[in-house]
Design a protein around this ligand. Structure first.
Ligand code: S3P
Length: 164
């Protein structure tokens, strides 16, 4: 693995990961996509049918496999916060880049989102509380933090490329 992208839902991990992989002529691995492929169900279906704990187990199993592949990994927003073991696993594998988003940008991005089961029942306050809790975890393992507000995905990708 050349680099691992972490960050809250809607921070652009997938878009930036794709661009970076293209630029570095390597593969892009999107953890959520791998989970969907392996389960044969959408993320919403997995949450609805089996619950969050089941999803996290699956996420952790598939992460272990994904970390053995070469390329750029875009994690899910909750991946680094599954457990201390998982964040150690991530931290030892490759440089970790945190795409840090502002509260306002997060609200704007996610307000009409129906694909993310975790936030479907959260109001704005709940969403920001979750974001704050997660940010502490992201910060602990990040080797590079990019504040994404005012930057395009291309600019973010170029900053990462220059840093790597
Ligand atoms: C989650 C984020 C999602 C997906 C799942 C749970 C989370 O990924 O893994 O819905 O706990 O933050 P994105 O960050 O790509 O939306």
């Amino acid at each position: 693995m050349k680099a691992i992208l972490i960050g809250f839902m809607g921070s652009g991990k997938t878009t930036v990961g794709q661009l970076l992989a293209e630029q570095l002529k390597t593969k892009h691995i999107d953890l959520d996509n791998l989970i969907v492929e392996e389960a044969g169900e959408s993320i919403s279906e997995i949450f609805a049918k089996h619950g969050e704990a089941y999803f996290r187990k699956l996420e952790q199993q598939i992460l272990s496999k994904a970390l053995k592949l070469p390329g750029i990994l875009s994690t899910g927003g909750g991946t680094p916060t599954i457990s201390a073991n998982v964040s150690m696993l991530l931290a030892n594998k490759a440089p970790i880049i945190w795409l840090e988003t502002s509260n306002q940008a997060t609200i704007n991005h996610l307000k009409n989102d129906t694909s993310r089961p975790l936030i479907k029942d959260l109001d704005q306050e709940g969403l920001l509380k979750l974001k704050n809790q997660r940010s502490e975890q992201y910060e602990k393992i990040a080797d590079l933090t990019i504040k994404t507000d005012c930057l395009t995905p291309l600019q973010i990708m170029l900053q990462i490329k220059d840093w790597l």
